[in-house]
Design a protein around this ligand. Sequence first.
Ligand SMILES: Nc1nc(=O)c2c([nH]1)NC[C@@H]1CN(c3ccc(C(=O)N[C@@H](CCC(=O)O)C(=O)O)cc3)C=[N+]21
Length: 283
Amino acid sequence: MSSAIINGKEIGQEIRGSVAKQVDELKAKGVTPGLAVVLVGDNPASKTYVANKQKSCEAIGMYSELIALPETISEQQLLEHIRALNEREDIHGILVQLPLPKHINEDSVIATISPDKDVDGFAPISVGKMMLGQETYLPCTPYGVMKLLEHSGIEIAGKHAVIVGRSHIVGKPMGQLLLQKDATVTYTHSKTPDLPSFTKQADILIAAVGRANFITAAHVKEGAVVIDVGINRDEDNHLCGDVDFAAVDGIASHITPVPGGVGPMTITMLLANTVQAAAKTVN
Ligand SMILES: Nc1nc(=O)c2c([nH]1)NC[C@@H]1CN(c3ccc(C(=O)N[C@@H](CCC(=O)O)C(=O)O)cc3)C=[N+]21
């Protein structure tokens, strides 16, 4: 029997519907939620992502502004742009598209975003609050995965979640959010010996490695829930995840496809976070 597909496009649309209602309510109070997207240089993949984010904002009646800056901009100049956005009343969320050019220190840039506008949830204050379980903007991809699990009726408490990958923006926060919902969490990464011996124990397996078709049948326990966070290109330049879908289909109880799984949820939660930021500015 094939695995149940967790449809992120559909679940994302449903959530966007309720976010759109919140946008209408805020507009009736005179506030249009606004997102600023800062793009440095002209990496084609980044341009596509940024265009998708803007289109998604506009589709639900939000304001979005693209600040496109040249590859050669200095770190100081970029920080000035961010400080100006921090001050603007019509901008509630700021997203600096990553990666940045090598001559710019990403940590300094992210730390300059006002925590009140950090809708990516990447800034040190946001990460610290998340670790402590305090109210904050959750990083969009792990937040989106939690919504996928919730909407699919997948129980988390008492389950063994195994995370493959320990990036600051996906792997690490993903484990924390699952831990907060009472999962037993194991982190694995490129230095983990005999990876399958760990992943085979997972009730919930999160693949966030960034390598096409890295997770195969040998990594997955019968009946596991497999969440594929990867966005890669295969030899034919097709979008694919970290999981060899065809190989794992039928072993997993549930699986997310790429495209149409986690990706659409990332943008959905960005919209939700920005609307939440705007809502905080009205009484
Ligand atoms: N500050 C920052 N925040 C980010 O959230 C951020 C970033 N930088 N840099 C790049 C990554 C990548 N990312 C994606 C979001 C949605 C899809 C998405 O919706 N993908 C569609 C497919 C889109 C297509 O066909 O190309 C899907 O999976 O179905 C993909 C990738 C956000 N990122």
